[in-house]
Design a protein around this ligand. Structure first.
Ligand SMILES: [Zn+2]
Length: 315
């Protein structure tokens, strides 16, 4: 078992649990499940609600509620803590044996009104990716060119107020810059890499990474093969991590595996249980223990300390 406390800010495993393809509590086929995250040293796992294309737009809300229901069905387990506020985080940090799960949304199609956002908050959602690749009522995604709508701005303001982290992965360039203007809180890119190393529309340019860091945010490097570059290996992932570190400081780097979101994986990092190989690669590349602790966990923990609602709110 890995001795580092790892925070993974993105996986799509809820879809596989919902379909019955995997069981979260046993060593099933999914790249993320409880035995694998324990083996890999994962301490907080973000669990994304992703609404597949064929439900959009009309059935987005229904489908997201089904996936939230799947999440609520597993997070009741006594080994887990549903992270909804600072108190839950404190409880987790003082309890070595528990694993924290954080409910997130990848693409805000279900957010049809501020009242729906309020309901999602009450259900314990604490991170929202404004778009997937396409346009929705809030903003344009990375396959489009427009920015935030008036409603999108209203939602982001309300998210800041409630204590829901704003995720800019998948946004169009214009939407990203609009978020920067609107947000009053630090933001996250939960699973994106560096455009300078792999020029893909899903990756962030150096100027975007600098602005994200200015908010006090975290850029989580992802293992999704298409966003890594020509050499899809551990060394390349470390290069993306190092690039963000050199550009804005190591305090602004995290990881967001996107496990169970991609069909393919990179060698020696096929699932959560293999995260010790990333630790090894970081050490080989010259990162010190304290730097690795920040990259793999503490940076996102600090971000959550800054963005989650206080006390027992939302519990
Ligand atoms: Zn994604």
């Amino acid at each position: 078992m890995n001795s580092f406390k790892i925070v993974d800010s993105h996986c799509d495993t809820l879809l596989k649990i919902n379909s019955g393809e995997t069981n979260f509590f046993t060593k099933g086929s999914s790249r993320v499940n409880l035995p694998k995250i324990i083996d890999g040293g994962v301490f907080i796992q973000f669990m994304a609600v992703y609404v597949h294309q064929h439900y959009k737009p009309g059935l987005s809300l229904k489908r997201s509620l089904e996936l939230i229901n799947t999440f609520l069905g597993i997070v009741n387990d006594p080994r887990l803590i549903h992270i909804k506020n600072k108190e839950d985080l404190k409880h987790l940090l003082s309890n070595e044996k528990k694993i924290g799960l954080l409910l997130s949304l990848e693409g805000a199609e279900p957010i049809e009104s501020i009242a729906v956002l309020d309901i999602f908050f009450h259900l314990g959602m604490r991170c929202i990716g404004i778009t997937w690749n396409q346009r929705n009522m809030l903003a344009d995604g990375c396959n489009e060119t427009g920015g935030l709508t008036h409603f999108g701005k209203e939602v982001i303001n309300k998210m800041s107020e409630l204590g829901i982290l704003c995720d800019v992965s998948h946004l169009s360039q214009a939407s990203f810059w609009d978020v920067i203007k609107v947000t009053k809180k630090p933001i996250i890119a939960s699973h994106s890499n560096c455009h300078a190393l792999c020029p893909h529309p899903r990756n962030l340019t150096d100027s975007q990474i600098k602005e994200l860091a200015q908010t006090g945010g975290v850029m989580s490097i992802t293992f999704y093969p298409d966003f890594i570059g020509l050499n899809r290996n551990l060394d390349s992932i470390v290069k993306h991590i190092a690039h963000v570190g050199e550009l804005v400081g190591i305090e602004h780097v995290g990881i967001g595996s996107d496990f169970d979101g991609a069909e393919f994986s990179i060698p020696n990092l096929e699932n959560s249980s293999k995260l010790a190989n990333l630790v090894k690669e970081l050490k080989t590349s010259g990162f010190h223990k304290q730097e690795i602790e920040k990259i793999l966990g503490n940076n996102i923990i600090n971000l959550l300390k800054n963005t989650l609602p206080g006390g027992n709110h939302g519990s």
